[in-house]
Write a protein of this length. Structure first.
Lengths: 301, 326
């Protein structure tokens, strides 16, 4: 009892100190967050101002006299952004779907069946995903120029400079990461499930399709969001495997903007912002999925 | 049906007979598979494995082979194209951009490891508590992560150009006194590293925060009862149990520094102070010079360095999956 009596004033002092600490913490976090968002906010501010407004003696650090959407419309039309956004969809949508399909099958086999080669194969895929893509780009470009592809899906008869080729390399490269995540996820599912289904005479395919896939829905949703962003953000593959500017997705299309808008920072800002908006919106709407996708991958590995 | 499974271990092994009949062999799982099931499994694994080998590992091996040639990519390769280790000798001794590129990649690694990563961990520790607005703070730090490095390059150009924000604030946006952040070869690598860190911090923060949330709360309670303060609890108790996440973050940081490409390429094609191994590969091999042999020699150097973090990661993963099966 005496102990309780003596600790009470200390506890009061403690809560006061904690409250004061909280205020300092919030002030610190708010200022850091503002510093962090500043470059992005600066782009937004610049993009809404006409060039004439920023050409004065004070340059860009001045109060805006007029705000306009002109930069967005001219960037949108001048840089062929509608076509490039369409290209992004043409590449990213099938790539995400096939990547998830393939890696869920791989994850299923690696996590549910203890074949001797499993760990080795999982390593093969994971290592492939971790490899810097620049290591293979030179032979891959030559391979793409050489490999035939039916005229139906390729206007030049090879894999190079084709949507198909770009989709394929994105799938192959991303499968490693998704397989890793999904096989870890599937290991957490009950082992008896598959055995019971096998005993009931279900085929492996039925088990994959009817038992495992539905249970993996949360992980698949998280990965779909994450993979869409990864592929949307791909700069490197499209830059070197897609030669025609008109067929490039929007992120690698940024590379072509450099020349077109070099003198006009305001239009550059508007274009960069237009390219950034989809991923920011995806994150703000689906932030839970997004973060879960990232952390699933690191939870065990 | 359960009888053969139970006696599976003692049953003689034999070739699969097909049909839905139980086929007892080594493990229980094999025993229930029909021939059709085995075909399904073989296809599920076989096709992706073939594609992965053909499009990733085959080009990797070809890169190694090409690095011993002086092939320019036009005519067929003959035995005369093989020049031994000449490309490597040139690379290490006379090529002026190789060692600067190595230094820049190393600087990239050190900067991300000792500046960006600790900031990310620090922010995660600050945010790991019951607090109002923690989601908003998280989003603020995480938004740069969802942007592509190419967009990050553009965003920071607006900060760094002669009319950009930094020069304007410093009053150096005139003609003579402007600080050429992106053009000055002794400054631009630092400018780019700040931009790269802007994105890396959020990445580390979100990974670390997830790790912190999964730390058993009783550990902290125990530490608090033992009289440890917050700092001691973090350093002595939390940080050690976060080992798996720490390793993931180290691997990610190393890989990101080796892959570094987009920002520098967007800013000036990786020239004049922004040389990186990844960019030298494409500038030599996929440019008009078309020095395929020489470029792939750089690729092999990058490959060998990359295999270090990749191996660390794989050894760790295989250990933990071996532990799972026990």
């Amino acid at each position: 009892m005496t102990a309780v009596a003596t600790t009470t004033p200390v506890a009061v002092r403690r809560t006061k100190r904690i409250r004061w600490q909280r205020v300092v913490l919030h002030l610190f976090l708010i200022s850091l967050a503002i510093v962090w968002l500043f470059p992005l906010l600066w782009v937004v501010y610049t993009a809404f101002r006409p060039y004439s407004d920023t050409a004065g003696p004070d340059g860009y650090v001045s109060i805006a006299k007029t705000l306009t959407l002109d930069n967005f419309t001219s960037a949108w039309n001048g840089a062929q952004l509608p076509q490039k956004f369409l290209n992004t969809l043409i590449v990213a949508v099938p790539a995400v779907i096939v990547t998830l399909f393939v890696s869920s099958m791989l994850g299923f086999v690696f996590s549910r069946f203890s074949f001797k080669l499993n760990i080795l194969l999982l390593m093969l895929f994971t290592a492939g995903n971790l490899l810097p893509p620049q290591v293979i780009i030179v032979p891959l470009t030559k391979l793409y120029l050489f490999l035939p592809l039916p005229k139906l899906i390729s206007d030049n008869g090879v894999w190079y400079d084709q949507y198909f080729g770009l989709i394929a390399i994105n799938i192959i490269f991303q499968t490693g990461f998704c397989t890793f995540v999904l096989s870890n996820y599937m290991k957490t599912l009950s082992k008896e499930l598959v055995e019971a289904a096998l005993v009931d005479g279900a085929s492996v395919w039925t088990i994959y399709r009817k038992v495992i896939l539905p249970l993996c829905r949360p992980a698949l949703a998280a990965l779909a969001v994450l993979e869409f962003t990864f592929i949307y953000n791909d700069f490197f593959w499209a830059l070197f495997l897609m030669k025609s500017g008109s067929k490039r997705p929007v992120t690698s299309g940024l590379n072509d903007l450099q020349g077109a808008f070099f003198t006009d920072n305001n239009q550059l800002a508007a274009a960069a912002l237009l390219v950034a908006i989809p991923t920011i919106v995806v994150y703000l709407v689906l932030s839970k999925q997004f973060v879960r996708g990232l952390t699933l991958g690191s939870a065990k590995g | 049906m359960s009888g053969p499974i139970a006696s599976g271990a003692s049953a003689p092994s034999g070739p699969p007979t097909g049909g839905a009949v139980v086929q007892p062999r080594r493990g229980r799982k094999y025993s229930l598979l029909t021939r059709r099931d085995k075909t399904t499994l073989a296809l599920m694994v076989g096709i992706p494995t073939f594609l992965c080998l053909f499009f990733i590992w085959f080009p990797t091996i070809v890169s190694v082979l090409l690095s011993f040639t002086n092939w320019r990519g036009i005519s067929a390769i003959t035995s005369e194209n093989f020049v031994g280790i000449k490309n490597y000798v040139t690379l290490f001794t006379t090529y002026p951009f190789f060692w600067p590129a190595v230094a820049h990649n190393l600087l990239w690694l050190l900067f991300l490891s000792f500046i960006a990563t600790p900031i990310g961990i620090f922010v995660a520790v600050l945010l790991d508590r019951e607090m109002r607005g923690t989601r908003i703070y998280q989003s603020a730090f995480f938004i740069p992560v969802v942007l592509s490095l190419a967009v990050v390059g553009f965003i920071w150009q607006l900060m760094y150009t002669s009319q950009g924000f930094i020069n304007s604030v410093l009053g150096t946006n005139g003609r003579d006194n402007t600080i050429d952040w992106l053009g000055n070869p002794s400054l631009n690598i630092w400018a780019v590293l700040v931009a790269a860190s802007w994105r890396h911090v959020g990445y580390v923060m979100v990974l670390y925060l997830a790790g912190l949330k999964s730390v058993d709360p009783t550990l902290r309670e125990a530490a608090a009862i033992d009289g440890a303060n917050q700092r001691q609890t973090f350093i002595r108790v939390v940080f050690p149990v976060m080992r798996p996440i720490n390793i993931v973050i180290i691997v990610i940081t190393v890989i990101e520094s080796l892959r570094a490409f987009d920002i520098a390429y967007i800013i000036n094609r990786g020239k004049n102070g922004l040389e990186l191994l990844s960019i030298l590969i494409v500038n030599n091999s996929l440019s008009e010079a078309s020095l395929i042999g020489f470029g792939t020699a750089i690729a092999v150097v990058l490959l060998v360095i990359s295999l270090v973090p990749i191996t660390i990661f794989l050894v760790r993963t295989s250990r933990s999956s071996a532990a799972d099966q026990i």
